[in-house]
Write a new protein. Structure first.
Length: 378
């Protein structure tokens, strides 16, 4: 479905943006062919070099293909807006409507804007993310744990695009924050253990007084789920797969629980089970739930979690497109939400899938979360 939609965008760009340009016919045909090729590159690469989840081609080429693909999608959107506006303007003021619908110069400007913004989007996507700091008042948190700091990393997507040095920069920034706890909420890798071993090696340097905990995202299931789980353990990362751990400082404590991802269904692995994850937690103890997808929030809230930390959406990648991503994730795309008595934080993520390496207005992040105890009422 994704591939069909992308091809339709390319054909629309060829018809409504490239065809009206005041350039030689052979150049129009060439540009149209390149637009179609750009939208088919996921299929082509998967045939010969890796998979759609993990294209095993040089990072620079991934960026070029991502730029071309993004340019086609942006050009289709800009052209559609101009066409719809032109049709409306034909009713109100015909000359202006005809300019919007037929002007070769306008089509050229739209094309150049798409090309430029796509390049900016790729550049922003591969940058090492900045630290985003938030405070969350956690229901039931003991006063002695007020100010407890945890760092959430999510959607690292180690790949030929985001390699070891990029992962190392994430680790260095995280360690510089001196957090009490580090959590990674899925989609750490794209590719096999043998292909990504060196890229994820820096994760072994992550450390915090209360541990480094990891859950699986959907991409962990796409290649070698069980070998990856074992490899994460060998790196000193603690897995929470439908289970929990008690985080204790002195007499005060909270529970950290984690669930698997629903992609497990297609791979014969345990499905996400919120009830199993919290089973045995002392009554009244505040629970932080780690769930890769935010659409599990209602189940976590019903089970009594005080806070859920998620990723998966990448913030929707591009302003405007984030509305579509939001609809596909129960209305959640990024930021802090109230779900019943529970709070949900959805991180924009540190990295992204190499098949769509663009960010425009939805910046990547390393999330520093300071937990606050409820204020006592006089």
């Amino acid at each position: 479905m994704f591939q069909v939609a992308a091809l339709v965008f390319a054909l629309y760009v060829a018809w409504r943006l490239i065809k009206p340009l005041s350039i030689k016919p052979w150049i129009k045909w060439l540009l149209s062919a390149l637009a179609i090729a750009a939208t088919l590159h996921h299929y082509t690469v998967a045939l010969f070099w890796g998979t759609r989840a993990s294209p095993e081609i040089p990072g620079a080429l991934i960026m070029v293909l991502g730029w071309a693909f993004g340019a086609v999608l942006l050009a289709a959107c800009f052209t559609l807006i101009a066409d719809v506006a032109g049709l409306l303007m034909r009713v109100l003021y015909r000359p202006a409507g005809l300019v919007l619908l037929r002007s070769p110069a306008l089509r050229g400007v739209l094309g150049l804007a798409a090309i430029s913004l796509s390049a900016l989007g790729v550049w922003q996507a591969v940058n090492v993310p900045a630290v985003k700091s938030i405070e969350v008042q956690l229901k039931g948190l003991p006063a002695s744990l007020d100010g407890f700091k945890l760092v959430q990393l999510t959607d690292l997507h180690a790949s030929r695009l985001l390699q070891g040095p990029w992962i190392q920069a994430i680790v260095d920034k995280t360690q510089a924050l001196n957090p009490d706890l580090i959590v990674i909420t899925g989609d750490l890798v794209d590719g096999t253990v043998s292909a990504r071993r060196d890229d994820v090696a820096p994760l072994q340097s992550l450390s915090a007084p209360n541990g480094v905990y990891v859950i699986a995202g959907n991409h962990e299931y796409y290649t070698q789920y069980q070998p990856w789980i074992e490899h994460f353990k060998s790196l000193g990362l603690e897995l929470l797969l439908n289970e929990h751990s008690i985080i204790q400082q002195g007499d005060a404590a909270f529970a950290l629980a984690g669930i698997t991802d629903k992609s497990a269904a297609a791979h014969g692995q345990p499905l996400p089970d919120v009830r199993a994850a919290i089973a045995g937690i002392p009554e009244g103890m505040p629970i932080i739930m780690l769930a890769h997808r935010p659409d599990t929030a209602s189940a976590s809230a019903t089970a009594g979690a005080a806070l859920q930390l998620s990723g998966h959406t990448h913030g929707g990648h591009i302003v405007g497109m984030h509305k579509i991503v939001q609809m596909a994730n129960d209305g959640y795309v990024g930021g802090l939400y109230q779900v019943g008595d529970m709070q949900l934080y959805v991180s924009y993520g540190a990295g992204l899938w190499a098949g769509f390496p663009l960010r425009l207005g939805r910046a990547s992040e390393i999330t520093q979360i300071t937990l606050r105890a409820p204020k006592a009422h006089p």
